[in-house]
Design a protein around this ligand. Structure first.
Ligand SMILES: O=C(O)COP(=O)(O)O
Ligand SMILES: [Mg+2]
Length: 227
């Protein structure tokens, strides 16, 4: 069976910071709190909506409640695809993956609805055999079960996890899969740990091809597992 490339969304396929940052600032403004810098907002992304809202409010000395979280989510969902863009080169990289016969899936901590809306907005939703959002399963990254449930939804088989955050590396490795760290995303370089790094989008397909060509393990990573 052809391998599955499990792809993180925010910071890997799409630059979603502008819309997330704008929604956070609308939430803060509504509470008479000062807006965030772009760097502050970026560093808060990676653990889903609840953590994002909690971090933004905590940065301004406030505490998140359920109303803040549901209000943020409703507002963000309505504006999730305004300034969000595919990173340059991603559309071509996805097309090449499909051309090679690799199956694609998204494994993101973003809730499933806005994740689907963003992918469909770019006309690429149909490329993915599964979209595992942060609310699709009882757990999310860094829990390996999020990766495994997404892989199962995509039909199972050999897989690689690709992402820009420590959560992606932990979840993928914990699931027994090789992982690739994306250097163009929101994570810090230290989050790559021992994972091979695709420094630029153009590095990704060649790196995945090398990983998939050495199933017994090699300098690039551990053994590929079939599930
Ligand atoms: O929503 C988040 O916090 C991060 O989303 P990601 O898992 O696609 O990077
Ligand atoms: Mg990410």
């Amino acid at each position: 069976m052809n391998p599955v490339i499990l792809l993180d969304l925010d910071g890997t396929l799409v630059d979603s910071v502008p819309d997330l940052h704008a929604a956070l600032d609308r939430m803060l403004l509504a509470r008479d709190l000062a807006p965030l810098s772009r760097a502050e907002a970026t560093a808060m992304i990676g653990d889903g909506v609840r953590a994002l809202v909690e971090r933004a409010l905590a940065a301004r000395g406030a505490v998140a409640d359920e109303a803040a979280i549901t209000g943020f989510l409703a507002d963000y969902e309505a504006h999730a695809a305004e300034e969000t863009r595919l990173f340059p080169g991603i559309a071509a990289a996805l097309a090449e993956m499909v051309e090679r016969g690799w199956r694609l899936a998204v494994c993101t901590n973003k809730p499933e609805r806005p994740a689907r809306a963003i992918l469909e907005g770019f006309g690429i939703g149909h490329l993915f055999a599964a979209i595992g959002g942060g609310d699709s399963f009882p757990v999310r990254k860094p829990d390996p079960a999020h990766v495994l449930a997404t892989l199962a939804a995509a039909g199972g088989g050999t897989a690689v996890m690709v992402g820009d955050h420590a959560n992606d590396m932990l979840a993928g490795s914990g699931a027994g899969l090789p992982v690739v760290f994306c250097g163009w995303g929101y994570g810090t370089g230290a989050m790559a740990g021992a994972a091979p790094v695709a420094a630029m989008v153009s590095d990704l397909v060649p790196l995945l091809a090398r990983l998939l060509a050495c199933p017994l393990g090699g300098p690039l990573g551990g053994p590929l597992r079939t599930r």
